[in-house]
Ligand binder design. Structure first.
Ligand SMILES: O=P(O)(O)OC[C@H]1O[C@](O)(CO)[C@@H](O)[C@@H]1O
Length: 369
């Protein structure tokens, strides 16, 4: 076990941890909404359109801004520590025995606020199976989006799966020629609204549209094949297109099955699977319960007590509340868009709403998967 002079298990116990903004460089532009949330006097879109939350995953960028880019930090007794280091001194407390035995000393999820000013590059991520078999990586990048907002003046669309898939040869031609109209014609964009949730399995060609503000949850990796080379005036260097493996290797990642969207069904949309009362006026909905991650939505209108069974990331998506760890009395007010890490062994957490609050709970998969 690692030890740090000022970090030891007792200092981590009996409390939860607020996560400050952790902005990450990306090749597309956005981030104005994140600036506004941070209280920036001159909010503006730029190349920091994402906030990586509870991240132990390093960003893979053409020119890294810092070696720790992507890794979340927390403040403890006035000092900043990487969440990775905090978990390393007390992994059993943060993750629990079953998780630790099954997944190792890592929360095994990556969560982000993603705030797009423009449509992202068309891209595809490897599935877990592909990553393990051909990339020597433990995780692929199945991902999910929970839509929080659509900027005024933007349509609010996602491009998910090929509705009219090209053959492998046609796809190679479109990518080599950067025939974007032909690539676009393979998709029917999907209109989205705040509150919608989508899951995008690894292998699915996709792009998030412009003006979206979402909570994105994914397997903990930054593996991406970007098959559109220019967006918003930024041209991706060769090394950032095909994971340095070449186009032919990457064509095997694509799911080329047709993914039709019908009036009654969108194969990527998640219907709330289960809803249960937490108290007289508060509810919990299961949005996603998959082998990759779990996401729940709480609507808190009166006092509730939660007893999470694993490492949990809680994000206030509207309203505000006071959170109290009952084992210690440690408490804090949570405002809109604040996020906290709850160690698996924290014990019961009481939430007293200050204004009707909506809270997303993001968790690793149950270890039996
Ligand atoms: O191509 P870029 O700028 O790295 O963007 C990749 C982004 O796309 C996503 O995979 C969403 O599709 C994000 O998780 C990721 O950060």
């Amino acid at each position: 076990m690692l030890t740090f002079p000022e970090l030891n298990p007792p200092t981590c116990r009996g409390r939860f941890f607020k996560l400050p903004p952790n902005r990450v460089w990306r090749s597309y532009q956005g981030g104005r909404t994140l600036d506004e949330i941070a209280g920036d006097e001159n909010p503006a879109d730029g190349h920091f359109p994402e906030d990586w939350i509870a991240s132990l995953t390093a960003a893979s960028n053409p020119v890294p801004s810092s070696p720790d880019e992507g890794l979340s930090a927390v403040e403890l007794d006035g000092k900043k520590h990487l969440l990775r280091d905090l978990i390393a001194v007390d992994p059993l407390h943060f993750l629990g025995r079953a998780h630790l035995d099954h997944f190792g000393p890592n929360p095994h999820i990556l969560v982000k606020f993603l705030d797009s000013a423009i449509r992202l590059h068309f891209q595809v991520h490897p599935s877990r199976e592909f990553a393990r078999r051909f990339l020597d990586a433990p995780s692929g990048k199945t991902e999910a989006y929970h839509v929080l907002g659509v900027r005024p003046g933007h349509e609010g669309v996602l491009w998910l799966g090929f509705q009219r898939p090209p053959s492998r040869g046609e796809l190679r031609r479109m990518i080599e020629a950067q025939d974007i109209p032909a690539l676009k014609a393979c998709f029917d964009p999907v209109r989205v609204r705040p509150g919608d949730t989508f899951i995008v399995p690894g292998g699915t060609p996709h792009a998030l549209g412009s003006g979206l503000f979402v909570v994105e949850m994914q397997e903990p990796s930054d593996l991406v094949v970007r098959f559109e080379f220019e967006r918003g005036g930024y041209v991706l260097p060769e090394s950032a297109r095909f994971m340095k493996r070449g186009l032919d290797f990457c064509l095997d990642i694509f799911d080329l099955a047709p993914r039709p969207l019908t009036d009654t069904g969108n194969p990527f949309k998640c219907a709330p699977a289960r809803s249960r009362a937490l108290s007289a006026q508060s509810r919990e909905d299961d949005l996603i319960n998959s082998e990759f991650f779990r996401m729940k939505k709480l609507r808190v209108a009166d006092t509730v007590t939660l007893a999470p069974d694993s490492f949990t990331l809680a994000i206030v998506t509207s309203g505000a509340c006071r959170a109290t760890a009952l084992s210690s009395g440690y408490s804090a007010t949570l405002s809109p868009y604040e996020k906290i890490v709850l160690p698996a062994a924290l014990g019961p957490l009481r939430l007293d709403p200050l204004a009707h609050a909506e809270i997303l709970l993001c968790q690793p998969p149950v270890p039996s998967f």
